[in-house]
Every structure is written in C-alpha cells, then in structure tokens.
Design a protein around this ligand. Structure first.
Ligand code: GLU
Length: 424
C-alpha cells in the first residue's frame, strides 16, 4: 500500500460505485461477456513517487497516479487533481467516469485521471510548481497530444496546465500546446474553457426546463460546492432569473429563502476564502443544504456527497450533478424510487471536457475560435447529448436517467472494442 493510501471504513468506495452504475446499465443492453471483461478494468494505473524540495530545504515524497482507463474511442482524456485524501481506487473510478463521459457526449476520446496525494492549501506556489514539473516528468512517456491529454480538476487550473505544457515541451525540445487542455488563453487555451463546466450545467438546466415544460424563472436552486463548477453554475442560473437560495463550500453554507446575491457571494468568497458569514444570510451545514426543499439541487463538490443516509431526506425535484460521483449507487436508487430526477455527472458536468476537446482541436489546427463560437458549439453538444440520453431513457425500462446515460456510453465504447477486435 502506498504511503497515504486511504481506507474506506464504512464509506462507499467510488470504484464500487462506478462498477455498480456500469452493471445497472449492462442489464439493459446486449454486450458480450468478452467485451465486458475487457472494459470493466482500467488499461493501466501508473503510480509514482514524486520527491519535492520544500521551502524549508527538506525533501518530501508525494504519491501520485495516472490512471488510463480506456482508449478504444481515442486518446485518453481527463483531469489532474491535487487532494490530500484520494486513493488508487478513487483515481480509477474518476478515470472510468471520464471514459463514460466522453462517450456519452460523443467526443473522440477515452478516459483517464491523475491525482497527486497532497494538500496544496498547505504548500507554497514554488512547492506546487516543483511538484507539478516533477509529476509531469514522471508521466512524460504516458501523456501526449495523441496519447493522453490532462486537464484541470479539483485544486488545479490554468497555471498548473502551463507548467505541465512547459515541462513536457522542454523534454521534447519544442512547444507542444496540445499535450494539455485548460491552459491560459495566451498559451493556446480556449476561450470559455475556465467557465465551461458551470456553463454546461446551466445549459443542461435549460434543456431540462424545456423538456419538462417547467421554466427556470423563479425555480429555487441550492448549490453544494462553490468552486469552479458550482460558482459559475450558480451565477449563470441567477442570471437566468432562477432563485439561488443556498450555496456552500467545505467550511459550510449560507441560505436565504428570498435568494442570495450571487455576485456578492463571489466577491465575499474572493475576499475571505469562504462563503460563510456572507452579510446576514443564515448559516447552514452542507448536509442541511442537501436536504433543502428546492426545485434544483446541484452537488458540485466531491464524491459521495449524497449517501443513503440522507437520500431519504433530499427534497429537491431535480438533481444536476456538477461534481464527479456525488451520489452513491444506493442513494441513487432511493432517489429514483422517490421520483427525484437525477441528471448524472457524465452528462451534467461534461461541459468542461467538451470545451477541452474544442481546445485540443484548435491546438491541432493552429486556429482559434472566439468565445461566441465556443459557446455555440458547447450548447449544441450539450443539447444533442441531452436528447440522446432522454431518447434512451424513453426507450428502456428504467426510471433512472443515469442508467439511460450509461447505456448510451457503454454501447459506444463496446462497439468500438468490437470493431477494433482483440489483438493478436
Ligand atoms: N476534470 C474535468 C472533468 O472531470 C475535465 C476533464 C478534461 O477536460 O479533460 O470532467
């Protein structure tokens, strides 16, 4: 076991969760045992020891991974997360979710994920840069614009991607922007990438509103997690005149039944580092937020936010999963049983990887689209994918939209394996 390997004591292992979701879908489609045997395991999980010279002169070793899950449909694709509490199984689950995500939205990519077990909040910028560059060096032969393309995830962003691109390029003696997506725009990043996940969530909210004939105007919304995905989704829904009544981050949440001033909360978070103590909003816990009686609940933090113990008390009509893996399989069954409509992560938060794809295409073509073009392409891809998932939902015998989305994804991945055949 690696230095910091996490144990799942009573908590759901995200890999078990991902595998249950896959098996649920398999019941509704015809996939041979041979193909299923191939896609149920990741292609590889590389583990690295990353030594870093810390500011006090000492050397600290960090455990890191890159899981490449499946590349039948194209190069591996997925983010890099810096977090103190991540296991090898979790990286594998997150990589698997990327495989199903790129497939359900029809991108020519497979799935991957990288993680460094560290607490970036306790590290200086110089230490994080050292860690990033050494990690890139370790992954050098695994990644590449035609092989495996990292991107931002929890606690990483454009600056991290710039360091990865620079380190990778130095080792190849020329500049290779397409090795990562989510770069700063000045270095070949795409317009609209930094806000893409939250934008995609708000576009999906529009699709759901149209489909069910229930306008977003005045719909009450609660957002758990006020990072890159959650804060943008909250702001855009607020701009669409939905009523965002609660938001939270890891320090706790705030609630105002009359609706929060989201621009004000964003400034407050910028200044104080958290959303709590915003003006005279009521303080609530993350758990209380998840149980609020709202029209739309958006879990936008980490895995397992909605477990079986609170699923019975979730009062929202619709859940849009902006986080990866926020609902356990057991909680999902309870919610579906209770008539809650859950739009799964692999669809709801796909805006990020969709614009990553657009960035990669722009890099490959040495071309750039303006923000309007990117927005339009993202909107088309989100609404087409939504329609395909809802068609599957209408045609198979399940109330679970997640299962419907998985049938679309699984079929695409399975067909690619079938057509490519098994070598030798
Ligand atoms: N980390 C994001 C996700 O989980 C984006 C991945 C990407 O753009 O490759 O979807």
């Amino acid at each position: 076991m690696s230095k910091e390997e996490k144990e799942y004591d009573g908590e759901v292992n995200p890999l078990d969760n991902m595998m249950s979701q896959l098996r649920n879908a398999r019941e509704h489609i015809d996939i041979s045992d041979d193909i299923f045997e191939r896609i149920r395991y990741p292609d590889r999980v590389a583990e690295f020891n990353i030594p870093v010279r810390m500011d006090d002169g000492s050397v600290e070793s960090f455990t890191a991974y890159r899981c490449q899950h499946d590349d039948a449909r194209g190069p591996y694709k997925g983010g890099i997360r810096y977090h103190p509490n991540v296991s090898r199984d979790e990286v594998t689950a997150l990589a698997g979710w990327m495989t199903w995500k790129t497939a359900v939205v029809g991108l020519p990519f497979g799935g991957a994920k990288g993680v460094v077990v560290c607490d970036p909040k306790e590290m200086s910028e110089r230490e994080i840069e050292g860690l990033t560059r050494r990690y890139t060096k370790a992954m050098r032969s695994l990644i590449g614009p035609e092989k495996d393309i990292p991107a931002p995830d929890v606690n990483t962003g454009p600056q991290t991607m710039a360091w990865i691109m620079d380190t990778y390029s130095i080792h190849h003696d020329y500049t290779i922007p397409g090795v990562v997506t989510g770069k700063p725009v000045e270095l070949g990043g795409s317009e609209g990438r930094s806000t893409a996940t939250g934008t995609g969530v708000s576009m999906l909210a529009d699709c759901v509103a149209d489909y069910f004939g229930k306008p977003l105007y005045d719909a009450t919304v609660a957002v758990q997690g006020f990072g890159n995905a959650g804060s943008v989704a909250a702001r855009l829904l607020d701009e669409k005149d939905a009523n965002v009544v609660a938001v939270s981050d890891s320090a706790g949440g705030i609630y105002d039944p009359e609706g929060l001033d989201i621009a004000g909360v964003e400034n407050h978070k910028e200044e104080t580092g958290q959303v709590t103590e915003f003006r005279d909003a009521n303080q609530i816990t993350n758990e209380e937020l998840l149980k609020l009686d709202v029209d739309i609940l958006i879990p936008a933090a980490l895995e397992n936010a909605i477990g079986a113990s609170i699923a019975d008390e979730v009062e929202a009509d619709t859940v849009l999963e902006a986080a990866n893996g926020p609902t356990t399989d057991e909680a999902n069954s309870i919610l579906v049983e209770r008539g809650v409509r859950i739009f799964p992560d692999i669809l709801a938060n796909a805006g990020g990887v969709i614009v990553s794809y657009l960035e990669w295409v722009q890099n490959t073509q040495r071309y750039s689209w303006d923000e309007g073009d990117v927005h339009e392409k993202l909107e088309d891809r989100m609404s087409e994918s939504f329609e395909e998932v809802m068609e599957a939902h209408e045609s198979i015998d399940t109330d679970c939209i997640r299962t419907a989305a998985y049938t679309v994804a699984l079929k695409r991945v399975a067909e690619s394996h079938e057509m490519r055949g098994l070598y030798p």
